[in-house]
Design a protein around this ligand. Structure first.
Ligand SMILES: Nc1nc2c(ncn2[C@@H]2O[C@H](COP(=O)(O)OP(=O)(O)OP(=O)(O)O)[C@@H](O)[C@H]2O)c(=O)[nH]1
Ligand SMILES: [Mg+2]
Length: 266
């Protein structure tokens, strides 16, 4: 939506040696992670640190009072300057979450379940596609994980819920890519997601990625093996996980701990 926010104009200059006041500053608080685009110039600023400030629009200068118009021939001038209006600048504000790890994958792959298992987040879980409608954040010992709605083919062009949320993973350092072990074709699932990520922003391809074959308890061990093998043949190294198997959850936690070390040493 559009919204006009206005600080005070500068005040008119007055008599009795008085200049007009400058307009009061107006401070607008916005969430950390907001990207601010000046629609006039195209200049983009990222608000990444709490307390960070930018001058969004210069304020109106107060007018000079009559004193300033004194001259040898005009000793008690009636003139004054009018206070000036501030700058008018159109901005677009866009919130992008700041997370360390972004959970990506097809709908129903178990992304929200994993977030909830690892953190105290309560992202909605259900056995159908597009359960998650909004991004959710959770923290695992200080490492922030972002759960976004499932992606489908065409997501980068706006299909499903995808494109609205892809921006949130642009700032994550690492991707956790979940492929359901229940999928008929895990390799195809993997490629669909990678393609959408690339179409959205090729830089996403350079992010560190960990691939997990999720819900591995839901299929027969033999089937699981076949699927892991198919992935391996395609050059995709996937770690089987299940939220009900503590051992596999340990593996995920170890991965996060390694990421945490890299984050703190960076
Ligand atoms: N058996 C088993 N089921 C799981 C596991 N993880 C998730 N599920 C189930 O899989 C279904 C989908 O889980 P979600 O966590 O909602 O999946 P999602 O990827 O967040 O789905 P969207 O939000 O629609 O993209 C739910 O019925 C979960 O209970 C697992 O490790 N094992
Ligand atoms: Mg979900």
């Amino acid at each position: 939506g559009r919204k006009e926010i206005k600080a005070e104009d500068g005040k008119n200059g007055r008599g009795q040696f008085l200049d007009g006041r400058d307009g009061e500053d107006l401070i607008i608080k916005i969430p950390t992670g907001t990207r601010i685009t000046n629609l006039g110039t195209g200049y983009v600023q990222e608000m990444l640190h709490p307390g960070q400030r930018i001058l969004a629009a210069g304020g109106g200068k107060g007018g000079r009072g009559n004193f300033k118009f004194r001259s040898p021939t005009n000793t008690s001038p009636k003139e004054f300057e009018e206070g000036l209006p501030g700058d008018v600048v159109p901005y677009q504000l866009e919130l992008r979450l700041i997370a360390d790890i972004g959970l990506v994958g097809m709908p129903n792959a178990g992304k929200s379940s994993l977030l909830n298992e690892l953190t105290r987040a309560h992202s909605r879980v259900a056995n159908y596609a597009f359960t998650t409608l909004e991004p959710h954040l959770g923290a695992y010992f200080g490492v922030i994980l972002a759960d976004i709605p499932g992606l489908i083919e065409g997501a980068s062009e706006g299909r499903g819920l995808g494109v609205k949320f892809l921006k949130h993973i642009e700032r994550t350092r690492t991707l956790f890519h979940l492929i359901s072990a229940e999928s008929e074709d895990p390799v195809a699932d993997y490629r669909v997601i990678r393609k959408e990520l690339e179409k959205y922003n090729p830089e996403l391809m350079e992010k560190e990625e960990h691939v997990f074959l999720s819900k591995c308890d839901a299929v027969e061990p033999k089937v699981l093996k076949t699927k892991l093998l198919a992935l391996e043949k395609a050059g995709i190294r996937a770690e089987p996980i299940s939220i009900i198997d503590p051992e596999t959850m340990e593996t995920v936690k170890k991965t996060i701990n390694t990421i945490k070390k890299e984050l703190t040493s960076a």
